[in-house]
Design a protein around this ligand. Structure first.
Ligand code: SF4
Ligand code: SF4
Length: 191
């Protein structure tokens, strides 16, 4: 019968030889491959005890930065959410009340700020879009979990601690030129 395609394979049904029937050569061949891999250099490491060196441009867990006085830099303008290609960022803005100037740098702040880490593709667009130097991606790894809910990161996780000793260092991914730009008090976002 003529086949409809040329994808069919002719399967041989020839009788097995004696050596093939006792399987020993095949077992020895398989064992030699196992032994070879047993002594070769491992491709894996014992994470988290051991960690690989990250690329200098690695982008990991975000941080919402405070300014030198400990005030939240984010003004809930929403530009990061608009720039986010994964639509991973949501926020609720609130107005700063008199007496809260030591908490929030601007007249408006993010009462709720959330990033869905399952949607995030760590592109860094939110960092680029932010006019207030408020959000940065860091070299920290987002911890794994077996449920979806823990991956909605709110301010309790994203906002950096008030204690100056526990601030999150974001300088690793910044070039010298960018650091100089961010220290220039001539620009509004650095004041
Ligand atoms: S890194 Fe990219 S995907 Fe993740 S929150 Fe920022 S803009 Fe969205
Ligand atoms: S992180 Fe930056 S861009 Fe996003 S809402 Fe806050 S100030 Fe605006």
């Amino acid at each position: 019968m003529k086949s409809l395609t040329n994808r069919s394979k002719v399967v041989s049904d020839k009788k097995m030889t004696f050596m093939e029937r006792i399987y020993i050569p095949a077992i020895l061949k398989g064992m030699s491959i196992t032994i070879r891999h047993f002594f070769s250099k491992k491709a894996t490491i014992n994470y988290p005890e051991q960690k690989r060196e990250f690329s200098k441009v690695y982008r990991g867990q975000h941080v919402l930065k405070r300014d030198d006085l400990g005030r939240e830099r984010c003004t809930a303008c929403g530009l990061c959410a608009v720039a986010c290609p994964a639509e991973a960022i949501t926020m609720v803005a609130a107005e700063r009340k008199p007496g809260e100037e030591h908490l929030y740098r601007e007249e408006k702040y993010a009462a709720i700020y959330e990033i869905n880490m399952l949607r995030c593709i760590f592109c860094g667009d939110c960092e680029d879009a932010c006019p207030k130097e408020a959000i940065f991606l860091t070299d920290r790894i987002v911890a794994s979990d077996t449920e979806r809910k823990p991956f909605i990161y709110g301010k309790d996780i994203l906002l950096e601690p008030l204690d100056p000793q526990q601030r999150i260092d974001i300088s690793a991914r910044q070039t010298e030129k960018v650091i100089q730009f961010k220290q220039n008090k001539g620009f509004a976002h650095n004041k």
